[in-house]
Design a binder for this molecule. Structure first.
Ligand SMILES: [Zn+2]
Length: 144
């Protein structure tokens, strides 16, 4: 068994409404998600995937389709965050606000990412770790 990792990055705003310090203010991050999957090296002679656990390009497509497309340049807010819940209902303003049923901390967001990714990979691969960087020095890790 081998593990391989692919990462993607996107820009997103959020806030932690009840935070005791500055994170209660709307602000943004360059998020980075690293997905590690495990599997066996393909021995199928003459195929595109010979010698690979999985094609990095295919993993990237899954990450882009399930995470980046939805979150890049959005503002993620809790459904209970009255300010942004209200803003999201402003029709015609074309604001990309993603309401979620949790406080959008790195910890909660990485689990949200897992829920969107878990069924996107072929059956022979298992997600063994998702690591979400909120800043270059801070990350949350989820081990399914
Ligand atoms: Zn933040």
């Amino acid at each position: 068994m081998l593990e391989i990792t692919k990462s993607i990055e996107w820009d997103m705003g959020h806030r932690v409404p009840n935070h005791k310090h500055k994170c209660r203010n709307p602000h943004g991050h360059r998020y980075r998600l690293e997905m590690t999957v495990s599997g066996l090296i393909s021995q199928e002679k003459g195929t595109s995937q010979e010698g690979m656990v999985h094609d990095f390009g295919d993993i990237k497509q899954s990450l882009l389709a399930n995470i980046c497309t939805r979150l890049d340049h959005c503002f993620m807010a809790s459904e209970e965050d009255a300010i942004f819940a209200s803003l999201s209902k402003n029709e015609g303003k074309d604001l990309n606000i993603v309401l979620v049923p949790f406080v959008p901390t790195a910890e909660n967001i990485v689990v949200w990412c897992y829920e969107r990714l878990k069924d996107s990979l072929p059956a022979h691969l298992q997600i063994v770790r998702l690591r979400l960087f909120e800043t270059p020095t801070s990350y949350a890790e989820f081990f399914p």
